[in-house]
Design a protein around this ligand. Structure first.
Ligand code: G6D
Length: 336
């Protein structure tokens, strides 16, 4: 385990914490937003490379316009018009994405300083969000754990308790790129999703209605296929989000493995299990040529986010009441 001072944001110290397992898999994350900056994994030839896209300059994690690697909350995704409905009351949240609320607001959990404790191959993050922070009701105690197991599972555990009814829908916004050190984009990665239904989006990227993936072939990943086939589709939902995927998929409750991401060239794959009912797949359609990532590169489709969560903008499905516990786990099983 290691801890390194990497900067100062708003007069507070930012540290990078590194954990590893005996196979040499290493994970590094910041106390600021829990941002994962590195996940170093061997390829089929044993060459260890970072499979997470990250800024070359740590200072960029302060604003982090791409939400690279962070814990997202209190609510992931977009909330239409920033309106929450809690027990008949309407709560107005900040509109930080056009006419909508995105990823917990102007600050949110991704721009908070978490207290970090290290224990062997696990990092424990704790943060208490005060009542009214980012306009959300309730004092909420958040706990998130990143753990590396000896069989190369990267496990994220989430826990929250509140003193007042409030919406909680957390995820992690790591962008995976299994080529290693972003040698290539993710268009030639293969994706398989245990999902029969995808939500189509309105012009503001708010989920509207769910369709069977048989009706929208670009998003039919029931059998393993190259991600670029979605980009090559003339489907208007692909164009709507900038020429890719940025959609919530309902996950098959019966399936044990919900998501499989594979890169044949490196021999790496990630197999995902989760308690969450959905995943937002985001293919980094908004990544620009700067800021530079992973040693001087940056490009559209630089990585792919597997944001396991509840379907956004359905806040009634993720209201946490006082004396209830929010608890969920997502496992990224790293193979190489
Ligand atoms: C864009 O629409 C996408 C979001 O889904 C993503 O989380 C964000 O960029 C980083 O707004």
């Amino acid at each position: 385990m290691a801890k390194k001072h990497v900067g100062t944001f708003q007069d507070k110290s930012v540290y990078a914490y590194t954990i590893s397992n005996s196979n040499g898999v290493e994970l590094t994350a910041l106390n600021y937003g829990g941002a994962i900056t590195e996940l170093n994994v061997p390829d089929k030839n044993g060459v260890k490379e970072n499979v997470i896209i990250s800024y070359d300059d740590y200072a960029l994690y302060e604003k982090n316009p791409y939400y690279l690697g962070v814990i997202v909350g209190r609510t992931a995704g977009r909330t239409a018009d920033g309106k929450l409905y809690i027990d008949g009351e309407t709560v107005s949240l900040a509109l930080n994405d056009g006419d909508n609320h995105l990823h917990g607001g102007v600050n949110g959990l991704s721009k908070s300083f978490w207290n970090v404790t290290e224990e062997n191959s696990a990092l424990h993050f704790e943060y208490t969000s005060p009542d009214g922070e980012d306009d959300y009701p309730g004092n909420v105690k958040f706990q998130v754990t990143y753990q590396l197991t000896e069989d190369n599972q990267f496990i994220i555990d989430y826990h929250a308790e509140t003193d007042k009814t409030t919406p909680i829908n957390l995820t992690n916004h790591a962008y995976f790129n299994l080529s290693g050190d972003m040698k290539q984009d993710i268009l030639d990665h293969d994706l398989q999703l245990a999902s029969n239904e995808v939500y189509v989006l309105d012009q503001g990227s708010i989920p509207k209605e769910k369709l069977n993936v048989e009706e929208i072939d670009a998003f039919n990943f029931k059998t393993k296929k190259k991600i670029k086939l979605a980009m090559e589709s003339s489907e208007e939902q692909v164009a709507l989000v900038g020429g890719g995927i940025d959609h919530p998929f309902l996950l098959d409750k019966q399936a044990e493995e919900k998501i499989v991401l594979t890169d044949d060239q490196s021999g790496r794959s990630i197999r995902v299990k989760t308690d969450d009912p959905a995943v937002v797949i985001y293919s980094a359609n908004q990544i620009q040529a700067t800021p530079l990532l992973n040693g001087g590169k940056a490009a559209k489709y630089a990585g792919i986010c597997l944001e396991t969560q509840e379907v956004p903008n359905q806040n009634e499905s993720y209201l946490l009441n006082k004396d209830e516990i929010y608890e969920k786990r997502t496992v990224f099983h790293l193979r190489y």
